[in-house]
Design a protein around this ligand. Structure first.
Ligand SMILES: CCCCCCCCCCC/C=C/C(=O)SCCNC(=O)CCNC(=O)[C@H](O)C(C)(C)COP(=O)(O)OP(=O)(O)OC[C@H]1O[C@@H](n2cnc3c(N)ncnc32)[C@H](O)[C@@H]1OP(=O)(O)O
Length: 363
């Protein structure tokens, strides 16, 4: 993990800024926008200027890039800037030496912010302007992040979202594919889904969801695989699978009925009833609800205290609670993924996605 508790110092940051001035090769517009956005975030914090007019293309692109960073902490932006510049410098230092993909990935995550501090590794979904909708890259990065967190020296791992949403679930543009690719993409999608959910089933340490805002689809169903779920009272819990011509995933076809009874589970998973945080808490899906105004403060104070408990005892107790049903969960996960593979190829599903993309329907 390149982002540590300490992060990059102000001196590292200034030196990266100077290094940029000496860079001989133009890194291209996309990288320049990323650098601009992280520089502004690191020095000024969240975007604080009015949105430029539509025809002011360059300034609008810069504004969009900065604004997309949402509430990313200054320290993280500083670290990301240093990582970006160091990636550029090393590639221009040794232009004949191409860094392997895996090496570059470790330099940082593009869709997540991962930090480790006070015995807590935090994985933050970081696409605030898209309500943290999960792209295929994001599923992959979350799996990598969970693997790293399972091996690091932290006690607790937290998943949360940047911005106003926890996550709006699967990014529906994952379905923007030509008809002749559909079968193969559905096959690969089912493997991705099965592996993704599998990482949560097997995660060995206490896993906490800090649900900072509304959650949709898989970001709701996955919650039953967490050990604690803390929610802001602004959060809602919505699983509109039938509206999308789809079916439940993340083992929810088994975990939800066993948690809240089949009648209440049906209301959510078949009929897409959206729950408030209080309702989700009453049904056992959420551990505790906090007022949004004090949510972050109260939750992190609590988690910091928990992270001081003996690490091995926490880990072993979690495994004792979870191991009974692990095998069953893997079998259910495989079956749900197989059924979804078929669903994704159905007209019902395709029509629902087209409706969303053409804005005929908002869920
Ligand atoms: C062959 C297929 C292979 C697939 C491989 C997949 C692998 C795993 C699949 C796991 C199965 C998971 C299932 C689910 O999670 S089902 C739930 C899916 N989610 C939704 O249906 C939510 C859709 N979004 C909405 O209804 C609204 O956006 C929302 C209510 C969340 C917010 O509304 P609001 O009006 O407040 O904001 P906007 O709609 O304007 O959103 C802002 C921008 O964000 C984009 N956005 C938000 N959510 C999504 C999303 N889920 N997918 C794609 N894009 C999303 C939205 O379009 C806006 O973008 P623009 O500003 O560019 O317009």
């Amino acid at each position: 993990m390149s982002k540590t508790a300490m992060g990059a110092s102000q001196k590292d940051f200034e030196s990266a800024v100077n290094q940029m001035k000496l860079l001989k090769k133009d890194p291209g517009n996309e990288v320049k926008l990323k650098l601009y956005a992280h520089y502004k975030q690191a020095t000024e914090g969240p975007c604080n200027t009015p949105k430029p007019a539509v025809f002011d293309l360059i300034n609008k692109a810069k504004w969009d890039a900065w604004n997309a960073l949402g509430n990313l902490p200054k320290e993280t932006a500083r670290q990301n800037y240093v990582d970006l510049v160091s990636g550029l410098s090393s590639s221009s230092d040794s232009s004949s030496q191409v860094k392997p993909e895996a090496d570059r990935k470790q330099a940082g995550y593009e869709t997540l912010v991962m930090t480790s501090e006070d015995g807590i590794t935090k994985i933050m979904l970081n696409r605030p302007t898209k309500m943290n909708a999960l792209t295929t890259q994001m599923y992959q990065e979350i799996m990598l992040a969970l693997e790293a967190a399972s091996k690091d020296d932290s006690t607790i791992t937290v998943l949360t979202g940047n911005g106003s949403y926890f996550s709006s679930g699967n990014d529906l543009t994952n379905f923007v594919i030509s008809p002749d690719e559909l079968e193969e993409r559905a096959r690969r999608g089912a493997i991705l889904l099965r592996d993704f959910v599998g990482c949560f089933i097997d995660f060995p340490k206490p896993l906490v969801a800090v649900v900072n805002g509304p959650a949709v689809g898989i970001s709701v169903t996955i919650l039953r695989l967490f050990d604690l779920v803390y929610a802001s009272d602004r959060a809602t819990f919505h699983t509109p699978f039938s509206h999308l011509g789809q079916t439940p995933e993340a083992c929810s076809s088994y975990t939800f009925p066993s948690l809240m009874g089949p009648a209440k589970a049906a209301e959510m998973l078949i009929f897409g009833k959206k729950l408030t945080a209080a309702e989700a808490c009453a049904r056992g899906l959420v551990t505790e609800v906090f007022p949004d105004s004090t949510f972050q403060k109260e939750v992190w104070t609590r988690l910091k205290a928990y992270s001081k408990l003996p690490r091995n005892a926490l880990r072993i107790s979690k495994q004792m609670i979870r191991n009974h049903e692990k095998e069953k969960l893997h079998a259910i996960n495989a079956e749900e993924s197989r059924i979804l593979q078929e669903r994704w190829q159905s007209d019902e599903c395709m029509n629902a996605i087209m409706n969303f993309l053409s804005r005929k329907a908002k869920l």
